[in-house]
Design a protein around this ligand. Sequence first.
Ligand SMILES: [Ca+2]
Ligand SMILES: [Ca+2]
Ligand SMILES: [Ca+2]
Ligand SMILES: [Ca+2]
Length: 358
Amino acid sequence: MHAKDAAGNWGAVATTTLVIDKVKPAVSAVTVTPNPTGGAASVTLTAQATDAGTGVTRAEWFTGADPGVGNATAMTVTGTGPWTVSSTIDARGFSEGARTLTVRVRDAAGNWSVTASAVLQVQAALSFSTLGNTNPAGVGGTADDADIYSWSGTAFSRVIDASIAPYNLPGGANVDGFDRVSPTQFYVSFADPVNVPGIGVVQDEDVVFFNGTSWSLFFTGSAHGLGGNNNLDVDAISVVGSTLYFSTLGNSNPPGVGGTADDADIYSWNGTAYSRVIDASAAPYGLPAAANVDGFVRVDATHFYLSFSADTTTVPVLGAVQDEDVIYYNAGTWSVYFDGTAHGLTTANQDLDAFDVP
Ligand SMILES: [Ca+2]
Ligand SMILES: [Ca+2]
Ligand SMILES: [Ca+2]
Ligand SMILES: [Ca+2]
């Protein structure tokens, strides 16, 4: 282009180059790790991208129905050609089994590639206790409702044999709350009073800690107003720092907590006072009034896992959930994390009455 002034003088020409890029970029080598997940909380999705024109500047991924180009979840783009695109994905809300993750990329001119995919094998890892004395499939030895079993994603095993050294719990003990710190350190609560080595009689509203060598009292519910009322047996525990999160066996509020008591609600004890932190029957959770939570793991204020004490609890969108299952709440959406029914935990004894992830 050039310009002319009022006297008729033309200026010098100046140019620019218009690049016509009608060539789609390409995406390939989609990988996801770890795969299978082995219970990993997150996975990394990566892919390679190439482009013959203006270069790859954008990438996105989705699972399930295609939300349409530009509407999926953005990925990080690195490199100068070829490019690497990647995302770290929270896998806790993914149900067990095969799941397709799909990637596409876009060049600077706005051309989207066709999609490329990888199949992720989602596995739930879990530690748990059973309601009664029945072994999970494939586990030998004496079944014990105080033992802790593990699901690796492919098989069950016994990881804590509660009645032998170094634990030495009496045969009548039944664990109904469990929080795993490490393979040798964990918190438990019991379904009934238990004579614990080194402590003496521990009540069903108490929480004890095993440090790898010996037992100690972590939370003495009986000293904090939970004693003398069987409804206030602590039937699910999750320890985060010095705070205890718990559910109750029946519909009674801990001291100082108002509102409608619910054995599906989650209460906290911060060392000084109780409060209700999850009102299970209210929005956004929407659990039926009859639901009773008997296992709980807190991730954060809007992410947690739970199990129910009775079969066929109707959960929003999911429908009927069995007492051997573990479901996950992901900031507004319920999903089945561990399908105990599909893994053969179908007898009444095999209700999960305590669990942790993993
Ligand atoms: Ca148990
Ligand atoms: Ca208990
Ligand atoms: Ca409960
Ligand atoms: Ca259960």
